[in-house]
Design a protein around this ligand. Structure first.
Ligand code: FES
Length: 91
């Protein structure tokens, strides 16, 4: 019974091609932090960037979600089947 509840509270995502599970309703940036993946984009000088403000102001959490670039990870909730590309593999 407990596992059924836990499973219902989780969604499955693809992050950089790897299947992962995240808490349903959590933000994408929270899911990435939970995975210890602190990279949402790469600056022009190659520096990895990650969320700073967590409230849609700094723009540091811009990420590609379902092929759409520049989505704010801090303002986007995890949904089942979401495909997330951090850009770290291209860095
Ligand atoms: S963390 Fe600052 S805009 Fe998302």
């Amino acid at each position: 019974m407990q596992n059924e509840i836990d499973d219902a509270a989780m969604v499955e995502l693809l992050v950089d091609g790897c299947p992962v599970r995240a808490a349903a309703g959590s933000s994408v940036v929270a899911a990435l932090a939970e995975l210890d993946l602190l990279h949402t984009r790469t600056a022009l000088d190659g520096t990895p960037r990650f969320a700073v403000c967590g409230m849609g102001v700094c723009q540091e959490c811009r990420i590609c979600v379902n092929g759409q670039p520049h989505v704010l990870a801090c303002r986007t909730r995890c949904r089942s089947g979401m495909v997330i590309a951090t850009g770290r593999l291209a860095a």
